[in-house]
Design a binder for this molecule. Structure first.
Ligand SMILES: Nc1ccn([C@@H]2O[C@H](COP(=O)(O)OP(=O)(O)OP(=O)(O)O)[C@@H](O)[C@H]2O)c(=O)n1
Ligand SMILES: [Mg+2]
Length: 400
């Protein structure tokens, strides 16, 4: 098997591979970029594995950064690009189920590939495009199977996050977790509790944004992995309902959490707590919480111009994405209504507080805030034109 069409990212990285080889070592493209190139998907992060030890890699290139030198990773800078070059390694220990006690550098590609998670991720590509397939990853790519390299129990003991990666790839690639690998996840699902929630969160979000969300969620539920996730354990039936929604692909993680909040029938406060427990960013929490408020209004057709205005473009977009999946609500009608609002943000008002103070001799304080809010509201509702003289007149009339 040989790749003949090279993505630009590979082309740019070729001189790195060639330089390492010219110095007498082996070097290969490995991991997700090789998998995705074979699937004809866009590639990102080209990873390079080499028989050269980190100190040897550093001698070959003029510009290097010690990214994770104790794990064998050196970043090589070349023409504005960065490449992670990692020495072939084996790992042992894994007392805490997430990081190896020691890393041993080795000179053999096979030793390196055999401790990787799945066969489709254990392919290596030579500089000429030849694929080295030591664990039948090509067969599994063809059969759309996610199969652990060697003993699945051992692979999940080494890094319990791999169980989440399995269900993530299932959804992201539209593959199926192979039976023995799935059985091992079920047996070992409790190990996921050892993993930092941020890492589980990141995999779960990728699952929710994948092309086969239904498949990923089904294995996530059947394997009991969900029981190890914050605030999910008591929601098995709700998660099943979530998995049975139409499989339309989501474009934003916030829409996914909105669907979850809806399936779990959470209040705004409960939604905030759930997202906090998943260590979400404040931005994500605010967006989803606002979506929880807006969603029922959209689904029942009762949202008013002010509701759309206060929600704003981002919240509206994710809410419409969720509403379309839940009830087949056509997003265009609402989007058109939103676009037609006279203004979309306070800053678009033809006056501000300073203008009111200067022109109407108003004093700073609650009165001023109230006047501005009234102006904003009247303009959104189409009761007042957004120009300075109309607004000043309106404020004077309403102050009397
Ligand atoms: N828990 C993990 C994480 C990664 N890997 C190996 O390291 C490679 C690169 O890891 P990463 O970039 O995290 O994942 P990718 O498989 O490249 O997927 P993505 O496209 O999301 O980057 C993987 O392909 C796999 O060979 C592994 O064995 N076990
Ligand atoms: Mg990657």
């Amino acid at each position: 098997m040989k790749i003949t069409h090279f993505e630009p990212d590979f082309v740019h990285a070729l001189p790195i591979l060639r330089a390492i080889e010219a110095a007498g070592y082996e070097a290969y493209f490995v991991g997700g970029s090789v998998r995705d190139a074979l699937l004809e998907l866009p590639i990102h992060d080209v990873d390079i594995a080499t028989s050269a030890y980190p100190a040897e890699v550093k001698q070959i290139f003029t510009r290097t950064i010690d990214t994770g030198i104790q794990h064998g990773t050196v970043t090589v800078r070349d023409h504005g690009h960065s490449y992670e070059v990692t020495t072939f390694r084996t790992e042992s220990g894994y007392q805490d189920f997430r990081r190896p006690d020691h890393v041993t550098f080795v000179r053999s590609l096979k030793e390196d590939l055999k401790r990787r998670d799945f066969t489709i991720n254990a392919l290596a590509m030579r500089e000429d495009g030849t694929i080295l397939d030591l664990f039948h990853g090509l067969d599994d790519l063809k059969a759309h199977l996610i199969r652990a390299v060697g003993d699945p129990n051992q692979r999940f003991h080494e890094d319990a996050l791999r169980m989440m990666r399995a269900v993530r790839f299932e959804s992201q690639l539209g593959f199926t977790v192979e039976a023995q690998t799935a059985a091992a996840i079920k047996t070992q699902h409790e190990l996921l509790s050892k993993i930092a929630i941020e890492r589980t969160h990141s995999e779960f979000a990728k699952l929710m944004l994948g092309i086969k969300r239904h498949n990923g969620l089904t294995t996530f539920i059947q394997s009991e992995l969900y029981t190890q996730c914050p605030d999910f354990a008591t929601h098995r039936d709700d998660l099943i309902s979530l998995s049975q929604l139409n499989d339309q692909q989501l474009t934003d993680e916030a829409s996914a959490w909105l669907l979850i909040a809806n399936a779990f029938k959470l209040t705004v406060a409960q939604t905030r707590k759930l997202l906090k427990d998943w260590k979400s960013s404040n931005e994500l929490i605010a967006t989803v919480a606002a979506g929880v408020k807006l969603l029922p209004l959209i689904v029942t057709g009762s949202a008013q111009p002010l509701d759309l205005y206060h929600a704003g473009a981002d919240v509206l977009r994710i809410t419409l994405e969720a509403a379309e999946i839940l009830q087949g609500v056509a997003p265009e009608t609402w989007q058109t209504q939103y676009d037609a609002l006279p203004i979309h943000d306070k800053h678009e008002l033809a006056i501000n507080g300073k203008d009111l103070m200067e022109r109407l001799q108003m004093q700073p304080g609650p009165q001023l805030g109230k006047a501005l809010n009234g102006v904003e509201r009247a303009i959104v509702l189409g009761q007042l034109e957004n120009n300075e003289s109309a607004i000043l007149k309106w404020v004077q009339a309403n102050a009397e």
